[in-house]
Design a protein around this ligand. Structure first.
Ligand SMILES: Nc1ncnc2c1ncn2[C@@H]1O[C@H](COP(=O)(O)OP(=O)(O)O)[C@@H](O)[C@H]1O
Ligand SMILES: [Mg+2]
Length: 474
């Protein structure tokens, strides 16, 4: 990705932005990523209807979504809101009636489209995807191991498929060791009917992931599982998405008392997990209410009554919230209000990724783009209802002030820094010029919104205005 080459500016609050971009692509083989800034999955204007004639009912309404490489996306929403229907459409398990769905084919290096294609093409598309569905269609006449070995015959991606299959099952606690490392009878040669619901679900997980698909579609993958098996699945999905630090991994290996409801990894599972998850950048779309998975999400998509009601990139929300929180104008308002302002201006794109014109068109007035040399605010300009507050999303600006003679450069600012609040707060002309040094993207909060909160936090602002009058803030 293009953003990988760019150094990440440390943010003013002293952190680096969590990134969902694959940290390394070792072992990806012939697979290729989509062009920079392009998604692996693109859904546009998808409607869906069940039934015919009088009983024809619309269950999906104008759903649009993009998922980036390596993202772990959680879909939430009440029962009946259309999550499963959307997932089955994406997977080519149901005929797409209206709208467009495109899935990136890493082997071919282009998009496959799901609208109006024949069954043979749908079969090809399904092979790109790992399905973990509740009605896991395991073959009843085959054992756990045979079910997985059979899936491997579609696409041989590992040097030693038999041991890979066994390792996956062992990691998922179906092998010769229990969570504590004590011997147990393995379930390799059990047929589905001899396995519990949770065990069948884990076989289905192993089967879905054994060919290391670049896209995983999972519908409640941990719902039928006990806490420790659930954790094994969660950690596996996360490790396939991106590299985990040793410390992160250690935190999952807890004592049984500590683990409680959230489950834990056994000591011996850690090296096994590393061997299994050597490829990164797996994108997954997971329907779940499991808080453990929610906490790992890069993007949270919420559905209500057949519509995607919200689509939040977790890192972007964090970036904007923290940025606003640094600004005294917003520091005094309630965290819930800060969140409302932040969520209002989110565009659903990770701040490491440049915005595209279609993003700007989809959410006008939230982000502005400036070319190098362009002036964003000009010294002396009076403030009016169109004036704005700015939070830098990407790029670098310089702050210049003229005091009689030549303009003096006060400072440079990068991502996560803000400007423009002083004039709005004090209702005075801009006291400096801010100019783009590079291509600059800024989030903006308009005067109306700004003033609404300004009155709430006035007593607090009065105190800090004293500092501004003496200081050099823009
Ligand atoms: N095969 C079907 N035939 C008719 N209606 C269906 C069918 N599958 C789902 N529905 C209806 O479509 C809506 C969305 O269902 P679903 O996608 O299963 O929601 P969710 O997965 O969010 O619970 C519901 O109203 C459900 O009753
Ligand atoms: Mg469902």
């Amino acid at each position: 990705m293009s953003s990988k080459a760019e150094p990440q500016n440390p943010l003013p609050w002293g952190e680096e932005l969590p990134s969902f971009l694959p940290v390394e692509e070792a072992g990806v083989g012939s697979s290729r990523l989509p062009p920079p800034g392009q998604p692996v999955l693109r859904i546009r204007g998808v409607n869906h209807y069940f039934g015919t004639g009088d009983t024809r009912t619309q269950v999906l309404f104008d759903n649009t979504l993009e998922v980036m490489p390596g993202e772990m996306v959680i879909m939430s929403g009440p029962s009946g809101s259309g999550k499963t229907t959307l997932l089955t459409l994406i997977g080519g398990l149901r005929t797409l009636q209206e709208g467009q769905i495109e899935v990136w084919d890493a082997d071919r290096g282009n998009y496959r489209t799901l609208r109006g294609v024949d069954e043979a093409e749908l079969v090809q598309i399904r092979r790109l995807i790992g399905f973990i569905f509740q009605r896991h269609n395991l073959f009843d006449s085959l054992t756990a191991l045979q079910n997985i070995r059979m899936a491997q015959q579609l696409k041989n991606s590992r040097p030693d498929p038999d041991s890979d299959a066994r390792e996956l099952l062992t990691y998922l606690l179906l092998g010769e060791k229990d969570i504590q490392g004590k011997p147990q009878k393995n379930r390799f040669h059990y047929k589905p009917a001899q396995l519990s619901g949770g065990q069948r679900q884990r076989v289905a997980v192993a089967r879905a992931l054994v060919n290391r698909p670049k896209l995983v579609l999972a519908d409640e993958p941990t719902a039928a599982l006990d806490a420790n098996s659930g954790m094994a699945v969660v950690a596996l999905l996360q490790s396939l998405a991106r590299q985990r630090s040793e410390a992160e991994m250690r935190r999952l290996v807890r004592s049984p008392e500590e683990a409680g409801e959230s489950g834990r990894l056994g000591e011996w599972q850690v090296p096994l997990l590393k061997r299994i998850a050597t490829e990164r950048g797996t994108t997954s779309l997971i329907v779940t209410h499991d808080a453990r998975i929610m906490n790992l999400a890069d993007r949270i998509v919420h559905m209500e009554r057949g519509r995607i009601e919200s689509n939040v990139v977790v890192a972007e929300r964090l970036f904007v919230r923290e940025g606003l929180r640094q600004c005294p104008a917003f520091a005094a308002i309630l965290p819930e209000e800060q969140e409302k302002i932040a969520d209002h201006i989110l565009i659903g794109v990770h701040p490491n990724e440049p915005v595209r014109p279609d993003h700007l068109a989809a959410k006008p007035g939230c982000v502005e783009v400036y070319q190098p040399g362009e002036v964003i605010v000009r010294q002396g300009e009076p403030v009016n209802e169109h004036s704005k507050f700015y939070l830098i999303r990407r790029g670098t600006v310089e702050v210049l002030r003229e005091t009689g003679g030549l303009p003096e450069k006060l400072t440079e600012m990068g991502p996560g820094r803000y400007f423009g609040e002083v004039a709005l707060l004090m209702d005075q002309p801009r006291n400096a010029t801010v100019r783009a040094l590079t291509r600059v993207e800024v989030y903006t909060v308009n005067r109306v919104t700004f003033d609404r909160y300004r009155s709430v936090s006035l007593p607090f602002i009065e105190r800090i205005l004293a500092n501004f009058r003496a200081g050099s803030r823009v």
